[in-house]
Design a binder for this molecule. Structure first.
Ligand code: GDP
Ligand code: MG
Length: 440
């Protein structure tokens, strides 16, 4: 537990402006996080340059550490680069509005086509026609038809022997005749980008004059994402990106890479195989995910609000001198309760799935804080300042006074001892972010 808490105490020590050293050290960690998230290297470079300029000399908000401050600046810059508002499909054109889906084979074009059609039909009450232009893969047209039937969306009747351009033209005239609002054109992909694919896409585009051309890309695309997006954008001219398989392990670095090289926004996120697994693109969520730091940023923000700066400063001074009595512990526990208790904090931290189970198993829920505060309240001021006074008889009195077993009083005292030891060791400082992350 004390390991977990140290992050909170760390917060109390940060003051002043960020030095070049602070920033450089943090930037190494940030670079690593971005590369792990599969952000393309040139994008990583330009990104870290921007952040460095912005961070050096920035004021550190009271009650957060310099490391946390850098994370916040990085996060803000990420959001800025990802685009700060959610973007939706542009249907602002005379009906039927053609939308063309492009991308590699298996990227999720057909699935995403059905997802978009379902959303436009159900949420926006549009009349949507879907057409598969995939004449390469056996049963590809059938796949879209089945998805249409499952979701109550019309598909263009399949006519054997027609090529993609013919189907596109037929789809447009069928949509005009049938009074459709939107036509979704699901094209064929290839395993790799090649010339025939690009030619085919250009021909379909010329025939259908799509209002939106969405590049569908797997979020696990990694370093190839830049090439992929650049090629499709240069040869076909995309208007937006749909990122699929965000329900998987992908950290979403591709979103940043592809936007950075094309300047085209990620508009939609695929989060599952089902037809309703489609979400708007939220830059903040992706930024959190790319950084792989859970929601440390909002933890920092919340902490900055919750922790009274003056109290914090006073306590920090005491702690630097190695003072940490039960009164201080009580104050800490109160602050933690304010932060949403253990479960609230856990929820904001990275990689907590396993931890949370252990914590739950150990019975360390929010009630524990309150019980611990109650135990400390049952002590005399003297006892709080000098825990050594607490011998068996006093412990019994305190246990009775706060309605717990003596064992629980002992547990609290042990925790306090461990934390007080830790306080003394702190301040010597490991790495900036290492300290921060280690504490988290
Ligand atoms: P296409 O070749 O580009 O048309 O790709 P498909 O739409 O046929 O999708 C290929 C596979 O990826 C299918 O098994 C889909 O169910 C799956 N898929 C597509 N989008 C997602 C997604 O967002 N999450 C998950 N988990 N699977 C997806
Ligand atoms: Mg397909």
């Amino acid at each position: 537990l004390s390991d977990r808490l140290s992050g909170i105490f760390d917060k109390l020590t940060g003051r002043g402006a960020l030095s070049e050293n602070d920033v450089n050290e943090a930037m190494r960690e940030i670079r690593r996080a971005l590369i792990e998230a599969d952000v393309a290297l040139p994008v990583v470079r330009s990104f870290t340059d921007k952040v460095r300029n912005r961070a050096v000399g920035a004021e550190v908000v009271k009650s957060v550490t310099p490391g946390q401050m850098v994370v916040k600046i990085v996060h803000d810059q990420l959001i800025e680069m990802l685009g700060s508002d959610t973007r939706t499909l542009d249907l602002n054109a005379p009906a039927p509005v053609p939308i063309m889906m492009v991308g590699l084979q298996g990227s999720g074009k057909t699935t995403t086509t059905a997802k978009i059609a379902r959303r436009l039909t159900q949420r926006e009450k549009r009349k949507v026609l879907m057409a598969s232009l995939d004449t390469r893969r056996p049963a590809a047209q059938e796949q879209l038809k089945v998805l249409g039937e499952q979701n109550g969306i019309d598909t263009l009747p399949i006519v054997e022997g027609q090529g993609p351009v013919e189907i596109a033209k037929r789809a447009m005239s069928a949509a005009r005749l049938g009074g459709y609002d939107v036509v979704l054109l699901d094209t064929a992909g290839r395993i790799h980008i090649d010339e025939p694919l690009m030619i085919e896409m250009a021909e379909v585009k010329a025939a259908a004059q799509p209002h939106e051309i969405l590049l569908v890309a797997d979020s696990l695309t990694g370093q190839d994402a830049v090439n992929l997006a650049k090629n499709f954008d240069e040869r076909v001219g995309i208007t937006g990106i749909a990122l699929t398989r965000m329900d998987g392990d992908g950290r979403g670095g591709a979103a940043l890479s592809m936007q950075a090289v094309t300047g085209k926004p990620v508009k939609l996120i695929g989060t599952g195989e089902k037809s309703d697994a489609l979400e708007d693109f939220h830059p903040k969520r992706i930024a959190d995910r790319i950084l792989g730091m859970g929601d440390i940023v909002s933890l920092v923000e919340k902490a900055a609000e919750a922790i009274d700066a003056e109290k914090a400063a006073k306590m920090a001074k005491r702690m630097q001198k190695g003072h940490f009595d039960l009164e201080d512990l009580s104050e800490q526990l109160r602050q933690m309760e304010k932060l949403g208790g253990m479960s609230g904090m856990m929820g904001m931290m990275p990689g907590v799935g396993k931890m949370k189970k252990q914590i739950d198993a150990a019975g360390l829920d929010d009630k524990v804080f309150r019980r611990q505060i109650a135990i400390i309240q049952s002590m005399t001021p003297d006892e709080r300042r000098k825990p050594d006074l607490l011998k068996a008889s006093r412990k019994k009195r305190i246990a009775a006074g706060s309605g717990v077993q003596v064992a629980e009083v002992n547990k609290l005292l042990k925790m306090h001892r461990q934390m007080a030891d830790m306080m003394k060791k702190m301040g010597k400082g490991k790495g900036l972010l290492g300290k921060l992350m280690g504490g988290m």
